[in-house]
Design a protein around this ligand. Structure first.
Ligand SMILES: Cc1cc2nc3c(=O)[nH]c(=O)nc-3n(C[C@H](O)[C@H](O)[C@H](O)COP(=O)(O)OP(=O)(O)OC[C@H]3O[C@@H](n4cnc5c(N)ncnc54)[C@H](O)[C@@H]3O)c2cc1C
Length: 381
């Protein structure tokens, strides 16, 4: 466990995002109003935590009453049941950014869980801090980023996280976990592997100062910037290019664009053992032709490779836009995003997801794993 020195609040780090505007305790509110999929029935009880102490005590009070608890922040990675959530929803509305004193040349920020992630990215880019510029445009809160180790365009939040303060609901104790203890992996962490156990209170980041980005490690982004992979570019240019690429895929929230009414990518990219990937190549060639080569990238574990869920879904016969044009359908811009075009239900969303997963299993023998978290219901029937 790390024990950071006391934080000092600096005026140049104001709270970075807009505040939640809802009442502090609510009951009848439909969770569809608080999720980017615009799906989900009511919560039995809802309460906003506006300080770290309040967040801890609200969660502990729920646990003492043995009441089901849903910790909710931006609602951008959660699929809530049509029947809603029969328990307490605690909304993470904590704010504050402190700079920590360190002498390693990096800038250390301690950020409360309820701060808005993309506002933090914008602030870092404006202040010449590199490391999260390629994570521009991801909706949601700072506190949720360690949960699934958010990543995009060649960067992962784990690259800049120095530690996480989190409440362990099993012991009732707040821990300062260092980065090794967070067990970060592709779309995974100690928090994700033990669902519901940890409540992230604040996240410590260590950023390199400078106007240039970290080396760009994503081919499409490098091409857009007119540089080679591995080169750097001005932070502002990287943020602008990422936002442009993401908008074209419906991956930046936009109330006018139903392609963005999603939970982002619905499935993670499968990570396969080398022999399972060889079987996939054989099945793909049988089905699609002898020259076909499914995409692959090295995975973090030895003898594993990562392949593309979007490639598998498309080759299994599910095209962009597949589904109900007024309800639940695959985004017309991005095969991995399942969207609610207006009149959809969670039941229909899960049915489409299961149809896609079963189509990919039948075609290629690969099991797709959903990325969002399910609340009030489970993924498998
Ligand atoms: C259009 C769009 C694009 C997206 N693009 C990306 C992308 O490029 N890369 C990527 O990785 N993700 C992406 N996502 C997914 C999502 O934005 C991220 O996972 C984000 O970090 C979720 O934050 P949130 O505050 O909305 O979490 P919520 O949806 O509120 O919660 C998600 C889960 O985390 C838990 N949780 C939230 N806060 C805490 C906390 N403080 N402590 C403990 N548990 C907590 C919740 O209980 C829930 O289980 C995208 C989503 C959308 C809608």
């Amino acid at each position: 466990m790390c024990s950071p020195r006391p934080a000092r609040t600096l005026p140049r780090w104001p709270s970075v995002g807009p505040r939640l505007a809802s009442p502090r305790v609510t009951s009848a509110i439909a969770l569809s109003e608080l999720t980017t999929l615009r799906l989900g029935g009511p919560a039995a009880r809802m309460v906003d935590a506006t300080s770290e102490g309040e967040l801890v005590s609200l969660v502990q009070a729920c646990d003492a009453r043995d009441e089901p608890l849903l910790v909710l922040a931006g609602g951008s990675n959660v699929v809530v049941a049509d029947a809603g959530f029969d328990g307490t929803v605690v909304r993470v509305a904590t704010r504050g950014v402190d700079e920590l004193e360190r002498s390693d040349g990096r800038v250390w920020l301690d950020v409360q869980a309820g701060e808005e992630w993309d506002a933090l990215v914008a602030t870092c880019v404006d202040n010449g801090l590199s490391g999260i510029e390629a994570l521009s445009g991801i909706p949601g809160s700072v506190g949720a980023t360690p949960i699934q180790n958010v990543g995009a365009y060649g960067q992962e939040v784990a690259d800049v996280i120095a530690g996480v303060h989190a409440l362990d609901r099993e012991s009732g104790v707040v821990h300062a976990l260092d980065v090794e203890e967070c067990l970060f992996d592709y779309r995974s962490s100690a928090f994700k592997r033990d669902p519901g156990r940890w409540v992230v209170l604040r996240v410590s980041f260590a950023f390199e100062p400078g106007e240039e980005s970290e080396p760009v490690r994503y081919a499409e982004l490098a091409r857009r910037l007119g540089i080679d992979e591995g080169e750097r570019a001005p932070l502002v240019d990287v943020r602008a290019a990422v936002l442009e690429l993401r908008r074209a895929k419906g991956m930046v929230l936009d109330s006018r664009d139903p392609d963005t009414f999603s939970a982002g990518s619905f499935f993670t990219n499968p990570v396969l053992r080398e022999h399972a990937f060889a079987e996939l190549v054989a099945r793909a060639r049988d089905r699609l032709g002898p020259d076909v080569q499914p995409p692959s990238w090295p995975a973090s574990h030895h003898r594993y490779v990562k392949t593309s869920a979007a490639w598998l879904i498309e080759r299994a016969g599910f095209e962009k836009g597949y589904g109900n044009p007024d309800g639940i359908a695959i985004s017309s811009k991005h095969t991995l995003a399942l969207t609610n075009r207006g009149n959809g239900t969670t039941t229909e969303l899960v049915a489409l997801a299961l149809e896609i997963a079963s189509g990919v299993r039948d075609a290629f023998g690969v099991e797709l794993v959903p990325e969002p978290v399910f609340a009030g219901h489970s993924w498998l029937p």
